[in-house]
Design a protein around this ligand. Sequence first.
Ligand code: FES
Length: 120
Amino acid sequence: MAEILVAKAADLKDGDRRLVKTARGEVGVFAHDGGYYAYANHCAHTNGPVCEGILIPRVLEVINEEKHYVGQIFSDDMHIVCPWHGWEYDLKTGVFAGDSKYRLKKYETVVRSGDVYVIV
Ligand code: FES
């Protein structure tokens, strides 16, 4: 395994991302909620550049006490949306929102001496 420098932690603020080239291919590293989440830049659908997609809050459907649909709200969970066909993945787990058998290849990250590294 190798540790690849991503950025100084001070330069990678909440909501930021970096794409880094590694021996295993391009990896997207996201800063979110005080943590860092890293994924191979290959969508589980047909290998689109998922880490270049927008981040949006997960949409939840609201059902009232009578079991009637009353609308939609945004949750606190964030999703990465693949730019090719719109598959959405949980930013913290990499799991596809439509079917949990699909997920992004996840990599660990580490912060050392103020620098963020991805381990590939
Ligand atoms: S390649 Fe990502 S949604 Fe199709």
